[in-house]
Design a protein around this ligand. Structure first.
Ligand code: SF4
Length: 680
């Protein structure tokens, strides 16, 4: 029996090697969260024997009808005899995973706990009442997920029993919430009709929902890609202390992520000095024969090195292959706790891991009052509000983006000697790169999207690319899928010899013609076009879960395939980029109307040099300049994607009609280009 409703902020792994996923539940207060949680605990056999019977007996005695929400209430009461914290964490097991459901009495608490690191989630369940539909709080909670940077969301349309399990009603709400999620840059992995009260759609399909072919709630919990365990992330060991024993110096710290072994070459950030690990010391002192040869994330160890190097408390032991950034300026999303509002110009102490230095607050944007959950124009962050801030640091420190490493991408701000706020590192300006020193990878740019758009809008596409390269520091990536627009952009990039990294997402499902064109384009322009491949584990999990061609079967399977083969590889490709060039045009589809030449997408400058060209203009340019084109265009393929999911379009059909032709227009994006027109 496995039940745990805890007030712990750091729950232990429950089942050894079983994957653990943390899922936050959000939605309008009356839309059935507690009922869902009670039902999930029951369906997974997580309640103690006799618990339901005891609660039913109490309900009978009181003359009340039994409700599944009583389960959570009862557990909550038992917990409250001890200590009351803001976030309850409900643990249970599915067939494949350990699940921690994170619930909170209010979104302010949830926001604070998630941003300051007291609670962390990998995915979210957003609950909507089928009878009431999308309410203001539903929209605010979708915005909350956006603020928290959560990208995996399943929408549960609950109380289907109240609407007679009507598919038309389900589709209506699905379309409405999908539009709203897209407006805050979220793509739902599944929309699931359920009746938490009666159990439909929770653990299995029911006759009442015979028209629904997607996953159940338990299935979707097993489908969410699990974030990498800390040990699989790059090595990060913030240095806590340096001990000297005679000639020997021991560098002590806790390994926050990755692993280290005797003989490994390490690099100490921010200095960038390198050395090899001579030994790993552990406490209590082992006999020499048993001295550890390696250590993983979570272990506190001492390292001795093969040579004397400069190292201080606050430095981070990393590797040359995956170094930390050396940072003097950074951008962070912070939850502010101090009664004095945080304003531009304020002087704070910034703590990142064991490092500590003075920082001055620069621009403040996107300030949100959690009571409203919508951005307002304030340039000060009041107590218990959230905002995005820029900080200029008094000295260089080592840092990671939260998106790259949640363990080390968090900071704490002190004001007047007190903890005053905590937050996520969204972007950093790498000191080496801002000095023009190169180095591995770039960071999100501090150039404002609106400013760059104003500069580029009136230029020709070739000048837009040249100006972008001149004005934006760091790595610029152009992703091509070898379609018409991509080939023209590649021609422009190649003609000016621009220092732009050209990559393609090789999903393994491309047309034969596309592979031929890839080789021909490399030859013609003498440029390497780097392939980014899906992770093998992701593909194996996908095929095991949905079958080889599962993407035709349901939208959830299609989204999972696009996620594994495109979205996740793209995220890796863009991890250290400042700007991303794409071949979008405004007249390609309704979804793309109103796009601008530059927008900001998850911290990146997203640049569409052909945004205002028509298809005819692009064709004419390609013909006039002998740009090699995919022969599929001549066969009626307007847009080039995976062979299995792209067909030719008939005359008069919209350009995007050939992509995922079996799905309706609002589902035709794969997650690479989902961004509301004109939104930052
Ligand atoms: Fe999979 Fe089709 Fe998406 Fe390609 S386009 S990744 S085959 S679902």
């Amino acid at each position: 029996m496995n039940i745990a409703v805890t007030d712990s902020i750091a729950p232990a792994r429950m089942g050894g090697a079983r994957p653990l996923i943390r899922v936050v539940t959000v939605g309008h207060v009356d839309h059935g969260k507690s009922t869902l949680i009670g039902r999930l605990l029951h369906e997974t056999g997580s309640l103690p024997d006799g618990k339901i019977e005891a609660l039913k007996a109490v309900s009978d005695r009181r003359g009340m009808k039994f409700e599944w929400s009583f389960v959570l209430d009862a557990l909550q009461t038992e917990r409250d005899r001890g200590i009351t914290l803001d976030t309850s964490q409900v643990h249970f097991r599915t067939a494949a995973r350990d699940v921690v459901l994170i619930d909170a009495p209010g979104h302010a608490e949830l926001l604070r706990n998630m941003i300051t690191g007291a609670a962390q989630a990998d995915a979210a369940l957003l609950i909507v009442d089928a009878a009431e539909g999308v309410r203001g709080q539903t929209r605010r909670h979708a915005y909350l997920l956006h603020l928290l940077g959560l990208r995996q969301v399943a929408v549960l349309i609950n109380k289907m029993d109240k609407v007679g399990f009507d598919e038309a009603r389900f589709r209506e709400i699905e379309a409405e919430i999908a539009r709203h999620l897209a407006s805050v840059e979220l793509l739902a992995t599944a929309f699931i009709p359920i009746s938490a009260r009666d159990g439909d759609g929770i653990a299995r399909h029911s006759a009442s929902l015979a028209w629904y072919d997607g996953p159940s709630v338990l299935e979707v919990l097993d489908q969410f890609p699990v974030n990498k365990p800390a040990a699989d992330l790059p090595l990060r060991m913030p240095v806590q202390a340096i001990y000297a024993f005679g000639d020997q110096r021991i560098i002590a710290g806790r390994i926050e992520s990755g692993r280290v072994a005797v003989g490994d070459e390490i690099m100490i950030a921010p200095r960038g000095t390198r050395a090899r690990v001579r030994s790993i010391e552990a406490w209590p002192l082992p006999r020499e024969a048993h001295a550890p040869q390696s250590a993983d994330a979570g272990r506190s160890v001492g390292l001795t090195l093969d040579q004397a190097v400069l190292v201080d408390r606050g430095d981070i032991v990393a590797t040359g292959a995956a170094p930390c950034k050396t940072v003097r300026r950074l951008r962070a999303r912070v939850f502010w706790l101090h009664e004095t509002p945080l304003k531009p110009g304020a002087s704070v102490t910034v703590r990142l891991g064991m490092a500590e230095c003075r920082g001055e607050i620069g621009a403040i944007e996107n300030v949100v009052d959690p009571g409203e959950l919508s951005a307002h124009g304030s340039s000060a962050i009041e107590r218990n509000n959230v905002g995005d801030i820029e900080i200029a640091l008094a000295q260089s420190i080592a840092a990671d983006l939260h998106a790259a490493n949640p363990r080390t991408g968090r900071l704490v701000l002190d004001l007047g000697g007190r903890i005053a706020g905590g937050g996520l590192v969204l972007a950093v300006e790498d000191e080496k790169e801002s000095r023009g020193g190169g180095g591995a990878g770039g960071d999100r740019s501090s150039v404002r999207a609106e400013d760059l758009a104003n500069l580029l809008r009136d230029l020709a596409p070739a000048e837009r690319i040249a100006r972008l390269r001149r004005d934006v520091e760091g790595k610029i990536i152009f992703t091509t899928s070898f379609g018409l627009e991509d080939q023209v952009i590649l021609h422009l990039v190649a003609e000016q010899g621009a220092d732009i990294d050209v990559v393609t997402l090789d999903t393994g499902r491309l047309f034969r013609e596309t592979y031929h064109l890839w080789a021909e384009t490399e030859r013609r322009y003498g440029r390497r076009i780097r392939a980014i491949y899906p992770e093998r584990d992701d593909l194996e999990a996908l095929v095991e879960r949905h079958g080889i061609n599962g993407f035709y079967e349901s939208r959830a399977a299609r989204a999972a395939c696009c996620h594994a083969r495109k979205v996740a590889p793209l995220a890796r490709a863009l991890e250290d980029a400042s700007a991303w060039i794409v071949g979008l045009r405004a007249d390609q589809s309704v979804n793309r109307q109103g796009i601008d030449v530059v927008t900001r997408d998850a911290g990146l400058l997203k640049v569409s040099p052909l945004f205002d060209w028509t298809r005819e203009t692009v064709h004419a340019f390609a013909a006039a300049n002998g740009v090699p084109l995919n022969p599929l265009h001549a066969q009626g393929f307007a847009s080039i994607g995976c062979a299995s999911c792209t067909r030719a379009t008939a005359p008069g059909e919209p350009e995007r009609a050939g992509r995922w032709w079996w799905e309706t227009d609002d589902k035709k994006e794969c997650g690479l280009h989902v961004r509301p027109a004109g939104k930052e």
